[in-house]
Structures are given as structure tokens and as C-alpha cells.
Ligand binder design. Sequence first.
Ligand SMILES: [Zn+2]
Length: 172
Amino acid sequence: MRSLLNTLLGWLGLAPPRLRCRRAVWDAGVDELERRTLSGRRESGAYLLGSQRSDGSRDISEFVFYDDIDPKALDTGIVTIRQTALPRLWEVCRARGLGVVADVHVHPHGYGQSESDQANPVIPRVGHLALILPNFARGRPLPGSIGMYEFLGNGEWASHSGKGARFFRLEG
Ligand SMILES: [Zn+2]
């Protein structure tokens, strides 16, 4: 029912976005992701912590960088999430009173998912959202020019990249 309503509101451009983030938080986080690529020598990424609003949209309030949780996460040049790092992540979530609402990582060129991205969701939970920033996050890419993917389970994903700001709204 709610999803039908949201579909109708979506056609009218009135549906709440699935993701929101304050512009200052996004800009600072994306700048830091670019810095951590060491001038394009490796990929970087972050867990996006936040909370869910009553309208169902998720608010990103903080970037938690993979290499701060696991110093080896970026060592191979491709982001590697080791399960051993997760207890540390849950500790951070508990301390902040926040959950993981999405994740983000950078790619050297385009923002399509790799086979490995599809096979290894960072949080393997249906509805989890994964963002991909192109060009090592140079030039602060915004919704509309980034990859936005929703995990559907069983290795399946839906792309919402083309929805831009209707899916992911930067505010303030
Ligand atoms: Zn990737």
C-alpha cells in the first residue's frame, strides 16, 4: 500500500527521497574519499551512518571511512571489507546511536557496479543502498552523476542512478 502510494507520489514528484544528506556533510565526506585515494592510486570508501525518518527516508549524518575501521581495507587498491572489521563498526554505531543506512566507494572511471560489487554487498540486507562515485570522486560528484544501487537479495540489485535528486536529496 505504502509503496503504491509512493509510486503515485513519485510520478507527481512528491515522494520523499530514499536518502538525504546535508550538503556540508556530503561535500566534506566526498572530499575526504578523494583524498584517501592518494591521487587516484587506489579506491576508497565509507560506511554511511544515519537514521530513518518516519516518512521512510534515510538520513546520512556521518561518513565512517573503511580504512579507519580496518587499516588494511584499501591495501590491495580495491576496497576489501573483511568480516573481522564488523565488530568495530557495530561499536561505532552503538557509540553514536546510529545505523548503517548505506555505503559509498569510489571507482577510477564510471559508476557502474563491478561483478565483485554485485557479489559482495557491504551489508547483505535486502534494501541496503550502495553508492559509487566515478573518477576517484574528483570534482565532488552529485546525485545524477553517481551510481545508486539497492540490494534485492540473491545477488540481484536495482539501479536508481537515473533518478538523481528524486532518490538522493542533498539539503541545506
Ligand atoms: Zn566497486
